[in-house]
Design a protein around this ligand. Structure first.
Ligand SMILES: Cc1cc2nc3c(=O)[nH]c(=O)nc-3n(C[C@H](O)[C@H](O)[C@H](O)COP(=O)(O)OP(=O)(O)OC[C@H]3O[C@@H](n4cnc5c(N)ncnc54)[C@H](O)[C@@H]3O)c2cc1C
Length: 261
């Protein structure tokens, strides 16, 4: 079992809360905890007002930290996230982070960013803080209306496309575009991906087909975020286990097994 160095645990206030489009999406702005972090790292959070239900904290990607504060983008998935959507400015949360290993890249290498749904969140900070965002290309697949996600600002600074996936034909089209793009980046670039498991399976398979260097960030269910509870174990490619919280959530695509469809 791997234990990371103890994360910073703090109490942060909600400074702002926006609901773009629908009640299913929340942009949370918290006080700046003053962390050094890299895109792909995450935090665990739990509102102080939660008693024992829900019991556990929930993991979210650190989207960015700027003069406004710490930005998180949350899609309602179940009980915990539904309650997060009901937070008000001034409420306090227990937060620990920055956790895990983020994406590994340098500012010179051309990057293809592949995001599915709320897998867009870690790329917000990556794009905003990159020295040369024109070296980046973003492909974003999503189910809900694009206005629900923090996409509009990103397409102003980098080369970005989005694809709404409503029927099987849309998925096939997305797959074809991803294949062509990965092929273009295979020789000299790097592919970074974050999103739901079926999306990452597709990226992993196409990356192997094109012999591209691919890193994927997993959104595995997790409880403690610090390597203690073993709730986020995934299979390593070739045998053995990996703990997503401390050894990931970002892995080389060829080191982690994503199971079958
Ligand atoms: C490293 C990491 C970064 C993430 N970043 C974001 C982000 O930026 N924005 C965002 O909207 N979501 C993100 N997620 C997913 C988010 O943590 C889950 O959607 C959330 O924890 C669900 O909690 P719930 O109580 O609402 O759902 P539940 O009622 O507990 O379950 C509803 C669904 O969510 C899944 N789920 C439950 N708990 C977790 C969990 N702890 N981790 C992952 N999935 C879970 C369940 O399998 C189920 O399908 C991230 C997950 C990880 C591991």
């Amino acid at each position: 079992m791997m234990m990371s160095t103890p994360p910073n645990c703090c109490t942060l206030q909600v400074l702002g809360l926006e609901k773009p489009g629908q009640d299913q999406f929340v942009h949370l702005i918290l006080e700046d905890p003053g962390w050094r972090w890299t895109p792909g790292q995450f935090l665990m959070l739990r509102p102080c007002a939660w008693e024992l239900d829900p019991f556990g904290a929930r993991p979210f990607s650190i989207a960015d930290v700027d003069e406004q504060g710490l930005h998180l983008y949350v899609q309602v998935a179940g009980r915990g996230t539904r309650r997060l959507a009901g937070l008000e400015p001034g409420e306090s949360l227990t937060v620990w982070g920055p956790l895990g290993r983020g994406f590994v890249y340098d500012q010179e290498t051309p990057l293809l960013l592949l995001a599915g749904g709320m897998g867009l969140a870690p790329f917000v900070g990556l794009i905003r803080n990159h020295l040369d965002p024109l070296r980046l290309e973003l492909l974003f697949g999503h189910r809900q209306d694009v206005s629900c996600y923090p996409f509009a600002e990103l397409e102003k600074t980098t080369l970005a496309w989005h694809f709404q996936d409503v029927c099987p034909d849309d998925l096939r089209q997305l797959q074809e575009v991803v294949r062509v793009k990965i092929r273009n980046y295979a020789a000299e670039g790097l592919v970074l991906a974050c999103g739901p498991l079926p999306f990452l399976r597709m990226v992993k398979a196409l990356g192997a087909e094109c012999r591209a260097r691919v890193q994927i960030s997993l959104e595995t269910t997790m409880m403690c975020g610090v390597g203690a509870c073993l709730g986020c174990v995934v299979q390593a490619e070739g045998g053995g286990n990996l703990q997503t919280c401390v050894q990931g959530p970002v892995f080389r695509a060829d080191e982690v097994g994503l199971g079958e469809e």
